[in-house]
Design a protein around this ligand. Structure first.
Ligand SMILES: [Zn+2]
Length: 268
């Protein structure tokens, strides 16, 4: 009798230990492994011929059109950078971002966004507004008003933020917000760190001005941290197959994303 009871108690302890182990594993391991399931792509220029600098930053217009056709044909929903949180509520979300604010965002990208009814975000360096080869204030205003384009911050002077004094860091963020909002007529709530570089000071200041901070290939995600959002680059040598793979790597099912949303609510 005693032996039977002892065996029962041992089995019960075993079950409790197993449940505790699974709960612990879920609580600590899942946040580090789970991706939010939102692919964010980073482009720069759209041009048949590379102009200067790294030729690989220039995606060809036909290449971009082929990628847009792929997104349309496969039922993706493009979101603006400031709609990141909404990714949990839409089918097959993807965020398209274009850095620096080159004029070809108006001449090449914008007509394609209209043609395919897709949305994109331009991370503009505010000091470049109106400069030769970059977007003018009027182009920024027109695109912003279309609802297809959001123009957000890529700082004022495209300087590595991690090496700045507190005052200069503050000015880069504050001035870019003001200048871009003036041009677009809309609030600026997202930033892409130049070169993708950030540190604790940059994150602290960024949180004063923005809701979202976009980096490059961080492979990090934790609920409540919208300041280290990972982006994957699309380049001139990116094949459609590589493009498809890049999106699929991040694209978990809606069920998984919904589950993660509940999970983070419980464990936050
Ligand atoms: Zn840049």
């Amino acid at each position: 009798m005693n032996r039977v009871r002892r065996r029962k108690i041992r089995r019960r302890r075993g079950i409790i230990a197993a449940i505790a182990a699974v709960a612990l594993l879920a609580a600590f391991v899942v946040p580090y492994c789970a991706e939010p399931g939102v692919p964010v792509l980073m482009y720069h220029c759209v041009s048949e011929e590379p102009r200067n600098g790294d030729a690989n930053l220039y995606v060809r217009p036909e290449q971009l059109e082929e990628e847009f056709e792929y997104l349309r044909a496969n039922g993706f929903t493009t979101l603006l950078a400031e709609e990141y949180e909404n990714a949990y509520n839409v089918h097959k979300p993807v965020i398209l971002t274009f850095d620096d604010g080159y004029e070809d965002c108006y001449t090449q990208l914008f007509p394609l966004l209209r043609k395919y009814s897709l949305k994109a975000t331009i991370f503009m360096v505010s000091d470049y507004i109106g400069r030769d080869g970059y977007l003018s204030a009027a182009q920024i205003r027109e695109m912003s008003q279309s609802g297809l384009v959001s123009v957000q911050s890529h700082t004022a002077h495209h300087i590595d933020l991690t090496g700045l004094s507190p005052d200069d860091l503050n000015a880069e963020l504050r001035d870019s917000c003001a200048a871009i909002a003036k041009a677009s007529g809309k609030n600026v709530t997202a930033i892409a760190y130049p070169g993708g570089y950030f540190n604790e000071e940059v994150l602290r200041e960024t949180k004063r001005y923005f809701t979202y901070g976009y980096a490059i290939d961080t492979n990090k995600y934790s609920k409540g941290n919208h300041y280290e959002i990972s982006r994957g680059g699309v380049f001139r040598n990116t094949t459609l197959e590589a493009y498809r793979r890049a999106i699929e790597t991040y694209s978990e099912s809606r069920i998984v994303r919904s589950w993660l949303k509940i999970y983070y609510k419980i464990f936050d």
